[in-house]
Design a protein around this ligand. Structure first.
Ligand code: SF4
Ligand code: SF4
Length: 442
């Protein structure tokens, strides 16, 4: 591909699916913030087309509109014309990246992030150790104060757990009780460093539902952050590694195991993994096979043997108290994977949980992968109305199913001083079902 050719900068054929109806505008978080057409899905598609037709340049304004988009894909859900906006945006960002005007510092930051940290678990671990020490010594808070308004991202940086919580998952955890089968579990890249508790709860839930849980020691990152942020070469390399890692985890008959994913962003990417290996028939075929056996945890626990295992667990539990919880849809679960009903059904069945709907639960929280790190002010402006909606529910627990959303909500709740806990759906089952079942007299 010649990145100097404007026709190569966008998926021009895909952009022609847009019929300009405007139905997507009011679902778009960035359009709702600005009211400006160029910050809407239709406006962005119009710019992509104009670029391909030579009517505009790939200038700083164009690049900024690409960056401003959350890639939440809310526009896809409402589009009557089937526009694949997520794919259009990934293509546009990837094609523009080689000709972007970035400072040397920005280029270095991207190489460290995409080529080192997300490719090497040792490097990621080292950063977690140093980051934890800096947070404990108050250096991160100090740096945020010195940076003033520009230190917003540092102020909201997730607190890194102690080393005792940053342990890797075991490669094998046997099913408890009646065995129903075996699954592979995606451990994730940042999950073990920031949300190891969620991963461990996921393993406990799957094992208690009757499934052996296998984890790949070799696998680091699935490449979704690369694909979303203009790094197609990195996304391709990690897709190939991901396919190899999970093709190697097989059942007694030698068939690859179903892959359960507790991160909606990763699950959405894995279900469309063939996009990351275009023009490579063997890898495309294996990517499609992996996509077919990839299941979000909510999907797995709401259907078939997973649902039977969860029902058997729940049958043993009686709640002592009722806790009001609310659910926030991760964009890559709802808009990327079209999974809406399953998490709600699971939560309604958990003894002691009263599920209340939150207004605008289907709208982005502003996390969007690394968006909240790169554009913290925009991410905060997108979350703020949702914090008000959370208060209005009266819930004491907010449940979601994606690491970025968990961290974004935790930061917003801390900032706003709202007394609400943030839990992954696996942690709700772990706490309200598994822990309750082991209580005397339960
Ligand atoms: S992906 Fe989200 S932020 Fe981007 S244009 Fe679509 S609705 Fe707007
Ligand atoms: S809803 Fe679809 S077809 Fe209509 S303007 Fe938006 S992207 Fe274009």
């Amino acid at each position: 591909m010649d990145p100097r050719d404007p026709q190569q900068l966008v998926d021009y054929v895909g952009s022609l699916d847009c019929i300009h109806c405007g139905l997507c505008l009011n679902t778009c978080p960035t359009y709702r913030l600005t009211g400006v057409e160029s910050s809407s899905p239709r406006g962005r598609i119009h710019m992509m087309r104009a670029l391909a037709e030579g009517a505009i340049e790939a200038d700083a304004d164009y690049a900024d509109e690409l960056d401003f988009c959350l890639l939440c894909r809310n526009c896809e859900t409402v589009c009557p014309s089937g526009v694949q906006f997520g794919h259009l945006m990934e293509h546009a960002r990837g094609a523009l990246e080689p000709r972007r005007d970035r400072t040397a510092f920005q280029r270095l930051g991207r190489r460290v992030g995409f080529d080192l940290l997300l490719r090497d678990r040792g490097a990621l671990r080292f950063v977690a150790v140093v980051g934890r020490a800096a947070q404990r010594a108050g250096l991160v808070g100090l740096a945020a104060r010195i940076a003033g308004p520009a230190g917003h991202g540092l102020r909201d940086a997730p607190s890194i757990p102690p080393a005792s919580e940053r342990t890797r998952l075991p490669v094998f955890t046997p099913a408890l009780g009646a065995r129903r089968g075996a699954v592979a579990l995606l451990e994730g890249c940042v999950m073990p460093e920031l949300l190891g508790a969620t991963n461990r709860a996921t393993v406990r839930v799957l094992a208690a539902c009757g499934f052996d849980v296998h984890v790949s020691r070799q696998h680091v990152c699935c490449g979704s952050l690369h694909a979303h942020n203009g790094e197609p070469a990195g996304a391709r390399a990690l897709a190939v590694e991901t396919i190899a890692a999970f093709d190697a985890l097989v059942d007694e008959a030698g068939a690859p195991l179903p892959l359960v994913v507790n991160s909606a962003g990763c699950g959405s990417h894995l279900k469309e993994l063939a996009h990351a290996v275009p023009g490579e028939p063997d890898h495309e075929r294996r990517a499609q096979a992996l996509s077919r056996r990839t299941l979000d945890l909510c999907e797995f626990l709401a259907r078939g043997a997973g649902a039977e295992g969860l029902a058997a667990l729940i049958a043993n539990v009686r709640a002592r108290d009722t806790v009001r919880v609310t659910w926030d849809d991760p964009c890559h679960l709802l808009h990327g994977q079209r999974i809406r009903r399953e998490p709600r059904d699971i939560l309604r069945r958990v003894p002691g949980v009263e599920l209340v709907e939150m207004e605008a639960a289907e709208s982005c929280c502003g996390s969007a992968g690394i968006y909240s790190l790169l554009r913290p002010d925009d991410a905060t402006r997108i979350l703020d109305p949702k914090l008000e909606a959370l208060r209005a529910t009266g819930a004491s627990v907010l449940v979601t199913a994606n690491p970025g959303c968990q961290l974004q909500w935790a930061a917003g709740i801390r900032r706003a001083g709202v007394g609400v806990r943030v839990l992954h759906v696996a942690e709700v089952i772990d706490e309200f079902v598994l822990s309750a079942a082991s209580r005397p007299g339960a």
